[in-house]
Design a protein around this ligand. Structure first.
Ligand code: RP5
Length: 162
């Protein structure tokens, strides 16, 4: 994999703590990524440029996180044909429900794959799954990840049964 394959973008530096979890997953799986701030409302021209140039720059999946009036994932999806995964970031009010609904309620024709509130880890994993169609080594790593998760649950089950 040459150059970043996943673009992680977020509306504000206040989203970084949540969005770092996606980056951690990509590091764990050895997927090159780029990460930056792109605000749909404060820097709309930058969002346009980012989304329009992403595919030709070699990006294959975009993970976009935002909170409140979380328009970044949807607007990005409207400007590119790459898969966009939306992460609703929990803000200081409404428990993140505002972000979730802003991201998940896309009109027909412009899909955003929305994960749970603050669950950037799953966004990272979903990006790896998408990329595994093209990169077989990722499919193998995902299978190992799945097996490890299975074994951890069995260990917990034993603890509970004792
Ligand atoms: C959104 O507004 C950002 O994604 C962030 O979650 C929220 C609040 O941004 P700040 O006021 O903290 O910069 O655009």
């Amino acid at each position: 994999m040459n150059g970043p394959k996943v673009g992680i973008i977020m509306g504000s530096d206040s989203d970084l703590n949540v969005m770092r979890e996606a980056a951690k997953v990509l590091e764990e799986f050895g997927v090159p990524y780029e990460i930056t701030i792109v605000s749909a409302h404060r820097t709309p021209e930058r969002m346009y440029e980012y989304a329009k140039s992403a595919r030709e720059r070699g990006i294959e999946v975009i993970i976009a996180g935002a909170g409140g009036a979380a328009h970044l994932p949807g607007m990005t999806a409207s400007l590119t044909t790459l898969p966009v995964i939306g992460v609703p970031v929990k803000g200081s009010s409404l428990d993140g429900l505002d972000s979730l609904l802003s991201i998940v309620q896309m009109p027909r024709g412009v899909p955003v794959a929305t994960v749970a509130i603050n669950n950037a880890q799953n966004a990272g994993l979903l990006a790896v799954r998408i990329l595994s169609i093209k990169y077989p080594e990722l499919a193998e790593k995902l299978e190992r990840y799945r097996q490890e998760m299975y074994e951890k649950v069995l260990e917990k089950a034993k603890e509970v049964e004792e």
